[in-house]
Design a protein around this ligand. Sequence first.
Ligand SMILES: Nc1ncnc2c1ncn2[C@@H]1O[C@H](COP(=O)(O)OP(=O)(O)O)[C@@H](O)[C@H]1O
Ligand SMILES: CCCC(=O)OP(=O)(O)O
Length: 358
Amino acid sequence: MRRYILVINPGSTSTKVAVFDGVKNIKQKNLSHSAEEISKFDKITDQYEFRMNAILNWLKEEGYGTSELSAVVGRGGLLKPMPSGTYMVTDAMIEDLKIGVQGEHASNLGGIIAKAIGDNEGIRSFIVDPVAVDEFEDIARYSGLPQLPRRSLVHALNIKAVSRRAAEKLNKKLEECNFIVAHLGGGISVAPLKKGRIVDVNNANEGGPFSPERAGGVPVGDLVNIAFSGKYSYKELKKKMVGQAGLVGYLGTNDAREVEAMIERGDEKAALIFKAMAYQIAKEIGACAAVLSGKVDKIILTGGLAHSKRLTQEISQRVEFICPVELIPGEDEMQALAEGAYRVINNQETAKIYEEEV
Ligand SMILES: Nc1ncnc2c1ncn2[C@@H]1O[C@H](COP(=O)(O)OP(=O)(O)O)[C@@H](O)[C@H]1O
Ligand SMILES: CCCC(=O)OP(=O)(O)O
């Protein structure tokens, strides 16, 4: 009997799910979730059943049973800062994913769902290059307020995967390249890669450019004022910053395709907001060029939003003075997750243990 690897990738606007035969993607579905659908849930862990059902229903529709799986691999979440690699999902990891030790994000469900399915079938579950991967240089950790160090929360999985692909095209090893990668998804990470290491990033959950549904960096004094205005509870304000801001806040949708349709219909506000998002992304790329002292081999635009010509042209015309811009729309995450699990089940690599690494 053939045995498959199930790949689960919960993002803020979607759950991507795929079945792999070895490292070959044989079936994939991107299940999109509207801001309205997601906003019903108070906490990320409350979405467990909703996302689990969506995955199991899809598997059933496609005619696969969980008994045909050899391993389950999920996108890892906001765990403690950790080195990159493939990790076994352990009980200690599950505890931290449930608490959300570095915050709330859909990717916290990746390991939780993977382990539930894996344990049920008596097979192994893994995560690969989670968003908590931390390769910062020490200089990047200072924020200006000693109590609040800057943190590495980043689309590490896709950033590493597309960077490997871009390095190959240059006939170089990743460790020989300096890249700036802008992952443009539900959240946005703009990261300088120095010799293949993510030495800084805006923090996709809390800073940098605004994104389809996140506020990004906002004026801090004004944020303190509204936090103490009595208008919002702690929970309401946290949720607003990561789920009801950005494109959702200005235009009521997290779907860039809908925003483009509004622009096509002549909506001037939508056009200006979309341009403003591009402007902020370009500005962050400029900052990364300074981190790399201008020695940049390539700027890479990736993630779902990199499908938008309007957005990538707007960004490119502001940054192509730095170096060539390459578009890798969508993501390599599903492939990277499957390959990470495959290397371990084929004994080419040993899975790391979370509690030994953090
Ligand atoms: N073909 C497309 N053209 C324009 N925008 C797109 C396209 N496909 C996806 N997007 C946008 O990309 C964003 C989601 O990116 P994605 O990387 O899938 O996010 P996540 O994994 O964080 O949920 C959404 O705003 C979505 O509307
Ligand atoms: C917290 C960083 C990861 C992130 O923002 O992922 P999505 O774009 O999938 O929401």
